[in-house]
Design a protein around this ligand. Structure first.
Ligand SMILES: Cc1cc2nc3c(=O)[nH]c(=O)nc-3n(C[C@H](O)[C@H](O)[C@H](O)COP(=O)(O)OP(=O)(O)OC[C@H]3O[C@@H](n4cnc5c(N)ncnc54)[C@H](O)[C@@H]3O)c2cc1C
Length: 398
């Protein structure tokens, strides 16, 4: 495994760190932050900062306006961006747009990339990804998909989509949606799930409500959507009919990993704030950090951060080899989502009463990192799939 860092990459990482420290962090107290993410004009201002610094859309190919970084390079830059929850907004590499851009770049037709990927990569528009449904529809088990896409008869070349989606991040303010729906087999394709690209203002797409949630940083929040006879033309199919579940994996393995990278940056921020406090604050005659109970929490933070970084780097290397990396990204998702949670929780404990106030960003990070153990596959589902793989392998060498 080659983990060597070129001078160019180190410069990029340092430039990102500087940008976040000097230009992004001051926005954390901006009043244009809402319970459903930064207001649109705040997002545009942040994106303008990333654009001016030449750091926009590091994950997208250069021909579409990004920096064309591989997964290992992203690991460095995304962690640096994640040091502030607004950093990924400034670099235009936040969820779900980052994963959506990746998917469109991988499997989209040229006309779809021109129409949607180019303005997405430029930070001009936002997108959302509609997979999850309220019970009894698709959740941890995507095969329970209830939303349907019926092909209209004759030569009209259209699909009609009906269903209900929920927890759809960024739907409010998005220009385009990737909709996952069940399709029947016909002469043009097998039965299964299919992904469609649809403008959000298409007749029949209705945002029913925006959910009030624990987390508050994701642009547009999380919404409940009704799809009522939404018509999409044949050329809006993303990839091929019936292949939606396969493409979901194309999106999910790297998207899980980039979440790990960004949240690792956030956890490092919480740890730095706690370590600084433990050096300065005294109790019982000495700095807090010199009490073993606190020192051990700092050490455990460092161990969790280091382990997460190693797991991310290994998985990024696997993806850079052109492998699917589903198994490795499952492991990384469990390791990192649980480790960043522990780091932020310990950091809050070290800060004492200060930790639960909004005088530091730690309390906000605490709310932000908890849902990461649920989205992109709850920890239990990843463990279950890792266990199935172990059992399929037919025993160990022990
Ligand atoms: C902040 C946030 C943002 C999201 N954004 C989007 C989005 O943009 N688009 C989108 O489509 N979806 C989105 N989701 C939905 C997310 O993908 C689902 O919440 C997730 O897949 C789990 O599905 P569910 O909520 O229906 O949980 P359920 O399927 O109801 O599962 C509930 C719990 O059951 C347990 N469980 C389930 N299966 C197993 C198993 N096999 N073994 C052991 N335990 C199990 C787990 O503990 C799980 O948490 C988002 C969710 C959150 C929290």
């Amino acid at each position: 495994m080659d983990f060597s860092l070129s001078d160019d990459l180190l410069e990029l990482k340092e430039r990102t760190e500087r940008l976040v420290r000097e230009e992004v962090i001051p926005y954390e107290t901006d009043i244009r932050q809402t319970p459903h993410g930064p207001a649109p004009e705040l997002r545009r201002e942040l994106v303008a900062i990333g654009r001016r610094a030449g750091l926009l859309s590091p994950h997208v190919g250069r021909e579409w306006g990004g920096l064309g970084l591989d997964h290992r390079s992203k690991a460095l830059v995304f962690e640096a961006a994640g040091y502030s929850p607004l950093g990924p907004v400034a670099l235009n590499c936040f969820a779900p747009d980052e994963g959506n851009m990746h998917l469109i770049e991988q499997i989209g037709e040229a006309h779809q990339k021109e129409r949607w990927l180019r303005p997405l990569a430029a930070g001009e528009i936002r997108s959302c990804f509609m997979m999850t449904e309220p019970a009894p529809g698709a959740g941890s088990d995507p095969s329970m998909l209830k939303t349907t896409a019926r092909r209209l008869g004759g030569n009209r070349g259209e699909f009609v989509i009906d269903g209900e989606k929920w927890l759809i991040t960024g739907a409010v303010g998005a220009e385009v949606a990737i909709i996952m729906a069940k399709t029947e087999s016909d002469a043009d394709g097998p039965a299964g799930a299919t992904m469609f690209l649809s403008p959000m203002d298409a007749p029949g797409i209705k945002i029913e409500r925006v959910l009030d949630t624990l987390d508050q940083y994701m642009s547009g929040g999380h919404a409940v959507i009704r799809l009522d006879g939404v018509r999409v033309p044949e050329n809006a199919v993303l990839g091929r009919v019936g292949e939606g579940f396969r493409y979901a994996q194309v999106r999910l393995a790297p998207a899980r990993l980039t979440h790990c990278m960004r949240w690792l940056g956030a956890a490092r921020r919480a740890h730095d704030i706690a370590a600084d406090y433990a050096r300065r604050r005294t109790a019982f005659g000495k700095p807090l950090g010199e009490h073993e109970g606190v020192g051990f929490m700092l050490a455990d933070n460092e161990i969790d951060l280091h382990t997460s970084r190693l797991v991310i780097w290994h998985t990024a290397w696997v993806l850079d080899q052109g492998r699917r990396g589903g198994h490795e990204s499952s492991i990384a998702k469990v390791v990192c989502s649980e480790a960043v949670w522990r780091v932020v929780d310990r950091s809050m404990q070290i800060l004492g009463g200060l930790g639960i106030t909004d005088d530091t960003i730690v309390a906000r990070l605490f709310r932000e990192v908890r849902p990461f153990r649920i989205y992109d596959g709850p920890s239990e589902v990843h463990r279950w799939s890792i266990a199935r793989r172990i059992l399929r392998a037919g025993g160990t060498d022990a």
